[in-house]
Design a protein around this ligand. Structure first.
Ligand code: GTP
Ligand code: MG
Length: 379
């Protein structure tokens, strides 16, 4: 399936363009009359936009393919494409508006400008206001600062490149799976109070209630009596067992008892990044299990400097995935991108509140990218 967008002054002219380019078998998927808004008025007259598709599979062997499936697939592609185009257009409008209002003061502020291109400067400011590290923002905007005359097409192209670069940096999410494709023993580790136990409760509820899997819980957090009670309370509601281990050497035997479970989630005591002894204990606990997955739970509210010392403490662990909690308590999500960039470990879930089981989801790279680029109004 090949999908393309065509613009022309009239509907007739746009359809001619489609036929010329894709041939007479092309399907017209959508026709929109566009009246440019805001700053676009200065650059463009009203025009017609046509989305057209050429179904190459259909062309080769039309009888084999169900018409319904094709329509469904087309709708899905168009929806995705339009969502992306809409958000781009919105961002582009905001950037162009901002450029026009800031260009008068630009000369006097020349010293503070890192980029010649004012649109790029705005995106840089926006990323860094969201606490993306300056060097990471520069890396994202690398080689784009060509001194072109500024027009919406160039800015649009630039924003698309930047959007895709951020998406690439975020990478594919790595959520927990209970389908046998991954080790079923999953450790949750991380600093004190970030939300490890609450996150385990949310994930357990998902696998028990939605996926109907057999889930067992283990807690190795015996530092605080309340920690065991906390997990037991969630487990009672879900009617699943919790095993408590008081010594790491008990873990293999405990896991052996639970070998017919689909998933075993292990809660650990929060570690202070300033206490090296606690990390030795954690390393030992992890070493008692061969086939495992590790999820490092981090709070999005942690200051960058502290985050660096936290991450340093976990460098001895070669494979882990990252969960971010408390994103409801910060307006700057740059830390998620920074940590992903600094560790090169996959991101998985984000948690956005105290409610079990609702306030968690698998991270959406598109949503995060839009959030990092998008809050231009707040500048
Ligand atoms: N606002 C907000 N609060 C959260 C979130 N996740 C957890 N919390 C709260 O953070 C506090 C600590 O949560 P816990 O799950 O006990 O944290 P923990 O990492 O297990 O703590 P320790 O076991 O003591 O290291 C609780 O009050 C939770 O309700 C979140 O995404 N947003
Ligand atoms: Mg806990």
């Amino acid at each position: 399936m090949k999908i393309k967008k065509y613009e022309a002054k009239t509907e007739q002219e746009a359809i001619e363009k489609v036929k010329e380019d894709l041939g007479k078998d092309a399907l017209i998927l959508n026709i929109k009359k566009i009246t440019p808004k805001g700053i676009f008025k200065l650059f463009k007259k009203p025009y017609v936009e046509v989305l057209a598709a050429l179904d190459e599979v259909n062309k080769k062997d039309s009888k084999k393919v169900q018409a319904d499936d094709i329509i469904k697939e087309q709708k899905e592609i168009i929806k995705n494409l339009e969502n992306k185009l809409d958000s781009m257009e919105e961002l582009l409008t905001k950037v162009m508006e901002k450029v026009s209002t800031t260009s008068q003061v630009k000369d006097s502020k020349e010293d503070n400008q890192r980029y010649h291109n004012p649109a790029l400067q705005i995106i840089y400011d926006n990323l860094t206001n969201n606490e993306v590290l300056p060097e990471l923002a520069d890396y994202i905007l690398k080689d784009l600062d060509k001194d072109k005359e500024l027009n919406p097409e160039d800015v649009n192209e630039m924003i698309t490149v930047i959007y895709n670069r951020i998406l690439d940096l975020i990478g594919e999410p790595a959520p927990i799976k209970a389908d046998g494709s991954q080790p079923k023993v999953v450790f949750f580790i991380g600093p004190t109070g970030v939300g490890k136990t609450t996150t385990i409760a949310k994930i357990t509820a998902h696998f028990c209630l939605t996926e109907r899997k057999k889930v067992g819980l283990v807690t190795a957090d015996t530092y605080r009596i309340a920690a065991i009670e906390q997990l037991k309370t969630y487990a009672e509601i879900l009617n699943i067992p919790v095993e408590v281990i008081y010594n790491p050497d008990e873990l293999p035997e405990t896991l052996n008892k639970m070998k017919d479970y689909d998933l075993i989630l292990i809660d650990t005591a929060g570690r202070s990044h300033k206490n090296a002894e606690q990390f030795k204990e954690l390393d030992y606990l992890l070493s008692t299990v061969n086939e495992k997955q590790i999820y490092l739970v981090l709070s999005a509210t942690t200051k960058h400097k502290d985050m660096l010392s936290i991450l340093k403490q976990y460098t001895s662990i070669s494979d882990y995935n990252i969960i971010f909690t408390k994103i409801d308590e910060t307006t700057s999500l740059g830390t998620i991108l920074n940590v992903r960039y600094l560790t090169d470990k996959p991101l998985s879930y984000v948690s956005f509140g105290q409610n079990v089981p609702d306030d968690i989801e698998i991270i959406s790279p598109k949503k995060l990218t839009k959030a990092l680029l998008g809050s231009i109004d707040e500048l």
